[in-house]
Design a protein around this ligand. Structure first.
Ligand SMILES: [Fe+2]
Length: 372
């Protein structure tokens, strides 16, 4: 097997303010001295057992200088001697490459989709969870499409619990940890009616919305009740291409969500399309049911209503909706930070079980399996 050397170091240049690193893939970056010194990973600065910093950063000289630096191991490492250290401190090229200011993870595995681009690829047999390779296959589906249907599950809570514990752990919420539901007029939430539930993300009223939602169909003796999935990234992409101003409004205006009932009042707010500092989408949050009252000036109010109407109309268009009636023993699992979910109206009995998993635990499973 040939090694990926694109993140190796070709050469370095010691500058007054930092170290200029030229990587094999032709990218380059200047790492400031104080940053490099703060990330020293030798024995006295780094606890390898706990993966924690030992350096007392506040005591470092902010104007620290490099005494000497060399490229070693054919570009796999850089060795630095600092003005306050006598020993060589080794930095791996991989570490530096991943921390370059322009670094971004390869996102080619993420498939942004509309209805006709979804096929049998999203189905996955529960039995495959028995081994690590099978589990990784499910994670890849979830990472690529934002959802998957796990077939052949036992029609009780044990399969929900097993899968949740495989990825992370069951998250507790106002609905409990592991929940069972059917049409129930006594609960405050719209999820318990049998009217059509329009596409939305859950917990816009929570500062840290659940990352994954699991929904297992245990009993189905009904007409309708199809599960609806909509790729929030596709909706965002479509709006961006159609109307930049509305896209910008959706990325900037913080929309509050509210849950009042069952003895609590929960509130949180964030933009419908949340971006990171590199303008990449990190989270889609859209729930017209749970939107709390808030005011903007008259001009922005007009733009906001235009923007959410466009978003909601797209999410409710068949072109973007994957619709499927879950059979007993089928479990729908989806990324609540990306995919909107809904459910068609139905008559009859439909009994479901499910749970939430934290986003960070899903991310962790993806990192452990080297998807990100
Ligand atoms: Fe929901």
């Amino acid at each position: 097997m040939t090694k990926n050397r694109s993140n190796y170091v070709d050469k370095i240049e010691i500058l007054n303010e930092g170290l200029k690193v030229f990587f094999s893939n032709k990218s380059e970056d200047i790492f400031p001295n104080i940053w490099l010194r703060d990330h020293a990973k030798d024995e006295s600065n780094w606890d390898e057992r706990s993966n924690q910093r030992k350096t007392f950063t506040a005591k470092l000289n902010p104007n620290i200088k490099i005494k000497n630096a060399n490229v070693s191991n054919e570009g796999k490492y850089i060795d630095i001697i600092w003005s306050d250290t006598s020993n060589n401190i080794q930095y791996s090229s991989e570490f530096l490459f991943k921390n370059s200011v322009n670094f971004s993870y390869d996102k080619t595995q993420i498939k942004i989709w509309e209805n006709n681009e979804i096929n049998d690829e999203i189905f996955f047999n529960y039995k495959k969870l028995k081994n690590d390779k099978g589990f990784k296959e499910l994670l890849i589906k979830l990472y690529s499409f934002g959802f998957a249907v796990v077939t052949d599950c036992k029609k009780d809570m044990s399969s929900v619990e097993f899968l949740a514990n495989k990825i992370g752990y069951v998250r507790n919420s106002i609905f409990g940890g592991l929940w069972s539901f059917e049409s129930n007029a006594n609960m405050a939430d719209s999820a318990y009616t049998n009217e059509e539930l329009r596409p939305h993300t859950d917990s816009t009223y929570s500062n840290d919305a659940p990352g994954l939602q699991l929904l297992l169909c245990c009993e189905y003796d009904a007409n309708g009740g199809d599960s609806i999935m909509v790729d929030g990234l596709k909706i965002a992409e479509t709006i961006k291409a159609r109307n930049k101003d509305l896209y910008e409004a959706l990325t900037k205006i913080e929309v509050p969500g509210n849950y009042t009932g069952d003895g609590v009042i929960l509130e949180a707010k964030r933009p419908i399309i949340k971006l990171d500092d590199k303008n990449q989408i990190t989270q889609i949050s859209f729930n017209n049911y749970d939107r709390a009252p808030f005011r903007l000036n008259a001009e922005l109010t007009k733009i906001f209503y235009e923007a959410i109407s466009l978003f909601d109309n797209l999410a409710n268009s068949k072109k973007y909706q994957w619709r499927y009636i879950l059979k007993p023993g089928e479990l729908l699992i989806f990324n609540n930070w990306r995919v909107l979910h809904g459910r068609g109206s139905f008559n009859g009995t439909r009994k479901m079980k499910g749970c939430y998993i934290n986003k960070e635990d899903f991310d962790s499973a993806c990192k452990i399996n080297k998807l990100i």
